[in-house]
Design a protein around this ligand. Structure first.
Ligand SMILES: [Zn+2]
Length: 142
């Protein structure tokens, strides 16, 4: 499994921010698939990543120390080594947001069309039901 696919959404985007914020201070190539680097968090952390086996990657931060968790430092180092992967991630996120917006607009249009087909009596009935549902949702919070 790759570093990106093994990272949580949170680690992925925080790692991306660390990369963009130039918090990866240095890195070196150890072998064709292993790299080590220093990433600046609240302290400077020593990170190694294995691009073939993300589980073999290490970081001495409190979250990932002695664990197989892909923390934001590993993600940041990965992006520093492979900046095109960071660009690809951002592009995918932007495309997803555009698609989401289209889906939302389409949904609004569907609702509009449905509402315009309704008779006055049906509209009253729907509005009453919608208001009651809203009230029920409100009380759910208490
Ligand atoms: Zn870490």
């Amino acid at each position: 499994m790759g570093i990106i696919s093994s990272a949580s959404r949170n680690s992925l985007w925080r790692g991306y921010d660390y990369f963009v914020g130039k918090r990866v201070l240095s890195f070196t190539k150890i072998s064709d698939f292993e790299y080590s680097g220093i990433v600046k968090g609240s302290q400077q952390y020593h990170v190694t990543i294995d691009v073939n086996h993300s589980r073999k990657s290490t970081c001495d931060c409190p979250l990932a120390k002695d664990k197989r968790i892909v923390c934001k430092h590993k993600v940041a180092l990965f992006f520093a080594i492979f900046p095109h992967e960071a660009e690809a991630l951002l592009k995918r996120a932007e495309e997803y947001e555009e698609e989401e917006e289209e889906r939302r607009e389409q949904h609004v249009e569907e609702i509009r069309q449905e509402v315009f087909k309704l008779s006055k009596a049906e509209l009253r009935e729907r509005l009453i039901n919608a208001l009651l549902a809203l009230e029920e949702n409100k009380t759910d919070y208490y």
